[in-house]
Design a protein around this ligand. Structure first.
Ligand code: ATP
Ligand code: MG
Length: 391
């Protein structure tokens, strides 16, 4: 087998922020760093999961040993399994020589399994076995497995508990993973940190530029769907393009000055995408679970896009989630899976506006997916889930 090498991270990354939320994250990260437990990192995209994984490793006794990463949304089976466990020449089409897996490369160090919600069932089983035995058996190998000592850090922006309830993520693996669980807060929930992130980003550009207090206040009030990553890009662009030493309100892009404008500018592109996806799903040229679902998990399709597809479906079914099942080419037993998946990823759409109005009561009150999970309860309490033919 070829010689194994891996990245070695020794210096902890600089963690910006002094808010109570980020201080709590660092306390938990230090606690995790002091031991060898498996860590589960959750949080929206761009909140710093990758960074905190490196921080934990660099502050641990394993710091001088490799830190390797695997991204389950990018690499698919059997390459993902081979990436982690290695393979023997000829074990699958394209395996032209033996390869060492990243778990072996990370021996006595750590591995970050990123986007773990995208791991296939087979991969989940293999990871569970690894967590239980510490043994690595390359694909196609028949000899005794190798024992390695690797700290596993898993990261995801999905709700694994709900995915486990819907049967797409193994509950036993989830228990194994969240020995230490750290949730990275969204940037909008820690506006106190925005000024520090701005200063840090400016410093990295090496430019003598600053933001006015009013401009900083607008940045702090923004909802930052892309979190710290989006803030960094925004600040870098302003620093390089504004051509002034003090960036003021008038230099900020329009969405910061007029909330809602960004949404308007994106609507047309997104509408087209949602139209195409919906047309593909109902024409069966796009499989909901086989294609749309993985596209969503890999973030090629956003939550907004998925909701738009649902809205188009609910319009057709007069607000019936159950009638979406045949419309989207799913099997009857997929109903619960669909509801759990939508709830896990906060993709649920209130069906009531799509229903033919029969009484004034149906539109009142707030909608929850729980109303749909028990169809009997749903129909008696909110009349949400009757097939359109009955309404
Ligand atoms: N507390 C922090 N201090 C300094 N930089 C940060 C902090 N949090 C996030 N960042 C920066 O924000 C960017 C996004 O962070 P990171 O890649 O760790 O996010 P993530 O949660 O892994 O995102 P994704 O889910 O998209 O993979 C990186 O450039 C990272 O360095
Ligand atoms: Mg990441």
């Amino acid at each position: 087998m070829p010689r194994a090498t891996g990245d070695t991270a020794t210096l902890p990354p600089i963690m910006v922020g002094t808010s109570a939320a980020i201080r709590e994250v660092l306390v938990l990260a230090d606690r995790a760093a002091a031991g060898h437990a498996t860590v589960l990192l959750t949080g929206e995209s761009g909140t710093g999961k990758d960074l905190i994984a490196r921080y934990i490793h660099a502050r641990s006794s394993r710091a001088a040993r490799p830190f390797v990463t695997v991204n389950c949304a990018v690499v698919k089976d059997p390459l993902l399994e081979s990436d982690c466990f290695g393979h023997i020449k000829g074990s699958f089409v394209g395996a032209q020589r033996d390869a060492v897996g990243k778990l072996e490369l990370a021996d006595s160090g750590a591995i970050l399994i990123d986007e773990i919600s995208c791991a296939s069932m087979r991969m989940q089983v293999r990871l569970l076995e690894f967590l239980e035995t510490g043994e690595v058996q390359p694909l196609g190998a028949s000899g005794p497995p190798r024992r390695v000592d690797v700290r596993l850090i898993a990261a995801t922006n999905a709700n694994l508990t709900l995915l486990a309830h819907s049967g797409v993520f193994r509950e036993d693996l989830l228990y194994r993973l969240r020995v230490a669980h750290i949730h990275l807060p969204a940037l909008r929930d820690r506006p106190d940190d925005v000024a520090a992130f701005v200063a840090h980003t400016i410093q990295r550009t090496g430019r003598a530029v600053r933001f006015s207090d009013q401009a900083l206040a607008l940045l702090a009030g923004y909802h930052w769907p892309g979190n710290v990553r989006e803030l960094q890009t925004t600040v870098e662009q302003l620093v390089w393009m504004a051509g002034v030493s003090v960036i003021d309100v008038q230099h900020l892009p329009a969405p910061f000055r007029t909330p809602g404008l960004r949404v308007v500018s994106m609507v047309e592109r997104r509408r087209q995408l949602a139209d195409d996806l919906y047309a593909g799903v109902i024409a069966r040229t796009i499989s909901f679970w086989g294609e749309l679902y993985p596209l969503f998990l890999s973030r090629d399709v956003t939550r907004h896009d998925l909701r738009e597809v649902l809205r188009r479906g609910l319009r057709t079914t007069s607000g019936s989630y159950r009638a979406l099942i045949p419309l989207f080419g799913m099997e009857p037993h997929d109903y619960k899976r669909l509801l759990n998946f939508l709830a896990a990823h906060d993709c649920n759409v209130d069906p009531r506006p799509f229903r033919k109005r029969t009484t004034g009561t149906a539109d009142r009150g707030s909608f929850t997916m729980a109303m749909l999970e028990n169809p009997r309860k749903a129909s008696s309490e909110s009349s949400v889930e009757r097939p359109s033919a009955e309404s």
